[in-house]
Design a binder for this molecule. Sequence first.
Ligand code: SF4
Length: 339
Amino acid sequence: METSTITKSAASERAVPFSGSESLKRKAKELFEMPLLSLVQQAAAVHQEHWPEADVQRCSLLSIKTGNCPEDCSYCPQSARYATEIENHPLLDVDEIERRAKMAKAEGSSRFCMGAAWRKPPRGKQFDDVLEAVRRVKAQGLECCATLGLLNAEQARSLKAAGLDVYNHNVDSSPEFYSKVITTRKFEDRVATLENVRAAGLEVCCGGILGMGEEVEDRESLIAFLASMNPHPESVPLNLLVKVDGTPLAEKEDLDPFELVRAVAVTRLMIPQTRIRLSAGRMNLSREAQALCFVAGANSIFSGEKLLTTPLPGDSFDDRLIAEMTGKTGKSHGGAEPN
Ligand code: SF4
């Protein structure tokens, strides 16, 4: 099994397990404990220093293969283990992916992301099709991102050679909390893939999900881990749990939106140069809460009607929100840096 071989060798060479340094955890804790107003003011100042253009990048994400995933991620309606109402479909035809990329560009996205519900990409025609899809997306002049599950070093290099810019692979939560939401792979499996992605010369998009029942300490530890990555991820998606009927986390209590604002601000202060993306869960946030996230340092969103299988506010909502936040049209102004 190629994945576990990579994992074992990567894990055995690592002196410190995947928990970020103690000093970074302490720093995250201090920041999380600040009064919200002071925290947001500090984060806004750092944000302005590093992102003077004050833009909001918008990205589109297409599920190119939906559902029937063998993994057991407790939050995910695409796991074959849970009875959910999503419509599964096999890998989309490359022509259809190209058509959707053209539509996303016409609607203002500067980046096109493709997601497939796999534990890891299968060898053979399906992976070859993904490589061809990457080439066609790039031919549109779009930045191209993919999230396909665990990658070995050879797959990462093949994606890079096809033109892929960025690979998304979230660590989901803290190293300490990870096994409470996923048992079919380990935190270190995720880290091994991130190492393969970086070694192939791809940019890294890596973040997590808040509101899965974790403690504040887990949010501190998650951000400390992200801040311990060297180099830092070029982008950090912060998701709020979307509770989907049939999944084990369907009944979790809603997280206070201020906790997301805090997480955005702490991420901005600890990783000043990353794009922070509001991702899943925006449907449950008011416009005002989203605006506060932008003040605290978020500067990217997934836009459109859907994020893989869960709903997004939609293009007209995003057009208006971005226009009000940035004074620009909300169309076609992705940032200087992808993701
Ligand atoms: S999050 Fe990804 S790996 Fe986990 S069940 Fe869903 S599709 Fe599979």
